[in-house]
Design a protein around this ligand. Structure first.
Ligand SMILES: [Zn+2]
Length: 63
């Protein structure tokens, strides 16, 4: 992965809504940002206290 410089906006870019890191890209008909949650352990630990339920729900949406 070479995501050092500006976020490589493709059509659909999925970013972590907590730490803003790029999770991945998906095909989309227009440039769109999708907010999800990354699997990074530190990020999980930082958010697990306040939105655990939402995190559990979003896990099912990840490929
Ligand atoms: Zn994150």
């Amino acid at each position: 992965m070479h995501n050092a410089s500006p976020i490589p906006i493709e059509l659909g870019t999925i970013i972590c809504k907590h730490c803003m890191s790029v999770i991945g890209t998906i095909d989309s008909e227009k440039v769109t940002l999708y907010y999800s949650e990354c699997p990074d352990r530190d990020c999980i630990n930082s958010r697990i206290n306040f939105d655990k339920k939402e995190y559990d729900a979003n896990l099912r949406l990840e490929g």
